[in-house]
Ligand binder design. Structure first.
Ligand SMILES: Nc1ncnc2c1ncn2[C@@H]1O[C@H](COP(=O)(O)OP(=O)(O)OP(=O)(O)O)[C@@H](O)[C@H]1O
Length: 337
């Protein structure tokens, strides 16, 4: 018998580890674009899951953004059915009219569709093919935009979206390994033209920035960036836990926060408390920037009788004596004709 190609063996181990932690009994669904990462993940998950007594299916999303996208999605689904994956679904989504840039809109539409399909099949989890290289790119992009620890923590291997577990089993697997696994399995991945389109910041990082860093500093850079994400994520988990306690301690029965309790906190903790409280009040996490949090912080640490701090969604927070108080969106202006 021919020896098992190393990349296949490594990906099998990664998938087995990820599936071992699942508590629900339903199928796992691989989110597959047809690219090398998710194609290798789908093929290997089919094998691993069946040996663990679990069904594995596939969902491919047609964003309708490129000519031929529907045919490509059908081709991925046909391959999946022939490979023994079940259930298999193609989902067409509407990207236009969603908030954010084209990438963000497509991502939002995709995750919404994945969670909907997974819920319908009572899936135990959705698996995506993000690799160590994707993680390194994410960390670099976060660093470049000054995203702070939340961004530097990169993508988690596990998170829940609307109660559905989302797993990223390949976060410690290099992209060259998924490509090698596809080659060893005789699979021809689809090359997404968006991945090399210099219009997207991520494509430029992938094509120019990361190779330049590897050229200058050596190949360990990719792994080191991914490790940075893991280390920062572990620190974040501790600080976020402390922030939950501090938020509870600072709450006032009228829905406000006690300024004294906030002022006594270390800045790193206070900014987390204010961010968490702003989310609770209805500010969308994606829209809440460090400037919004800094404006809230000023109401605590640099109070000179200034007006309210404005948050996304028209929310306002004002200081009233020894408390921060949220107020709703401003009333709509009367229209004059
Ligand atoms: N059209 C799609 N349908 C289903 N899942 C998708 C689709 N596009 C992306 N995904 C999921 O999101 C993951 C990350 O996608 P992204 O395009 O950011 O990275 P990628 O490195 O190009 O991945 P891949 O090689 O799998 O396309 C993919 O591995 C896949 O699991």
């Amino acid at each position: 018998m021919a020896p098992l190609a190393l990349p296949i063996a490594a990906i099998r181990v990664a998938v087995r580890r990820a599936l071992a932690d699942l508590t629900e009994s339903g199928p796992v669904l691989v989110a597959c674009s047809g690219g090398a990462d998710s194609l290798a993940l789908a093929a290997i998950t089919a094998f691993v899951a069946s040996r663990m007594g679990r069904a594995a299916g596939l969902v491919t999303v047609d964003h309708g953004l490129q000519p031929g996208s529907a045919e490509r999605a059908e081709a991925v689904a046909d391959w999946a059915r022939q490979s023994g994956l079940a259930p298999v679904e193609v989902v067409r989504v509407e990207v236009a009219g969603r908030p954010g840039g084209p990438e963000a809109a497509a991502r939002q539409a995709r995750y919404q569709a994945l969670v909907e399909v997974a819920g319908r099949h009572r899936a135990a989890a959705v698996l995506t093919g993000h690799t160590r290289d994707d993680q390194a790119e994410t960390v670099l992009l976060a660093l470049a935009r000054g995203a702070g620890p939340r961004g530097l923590a990169g993508m988690p291997a596990y998170r829940e979206l609307a109660g559905m577990p989302l797993l990223r089993p390949l976060l410690e697997t290099g992209r060259e390994q998924t490509r090698a696994a596809c080659a060893a399995l005789g699979l021809t991945p689809w090359e997404d033209p968006h991945n090399i389109d210099p219009v997207y910041a991520r494509s430029r990082v992938r094509a120019d920035v990361l190779p330049a860093l590897v050229g200058a500093l050596g190949p360990a850079v990719v792994d080191n960036l991914a490790r940075t994400a893991r280390l920062v994520a572990a620190d974040n988990a501790v600080l976020d836990g402390l922030a939950v306690e501090a938020l509870t301690a600072a709450r006032h029965p009228d829905g406000g926060l006690a300024v004294k309790a906030l002022a006594d906190l270390a800045p790193a903790l206070r900014s987390r408390v204010l961010r968490a409280w702003a989310h609770e009040a209805g500010a969308s996490p994606a829209a809440l920037s460090h400037r919004h949090v800094a404006a809230l912080d000023t109401l605590v640490t640099d109070w000179r009788g200034q007006g309210a701090a404005y948050l996304p969604g028209g929310l306002r927070v004002r200081r009233h004596r020894d408390r921060l108080l949220p107020t709703g969106p401003p009333p709509p202006r009367p229209t004059t004709r």
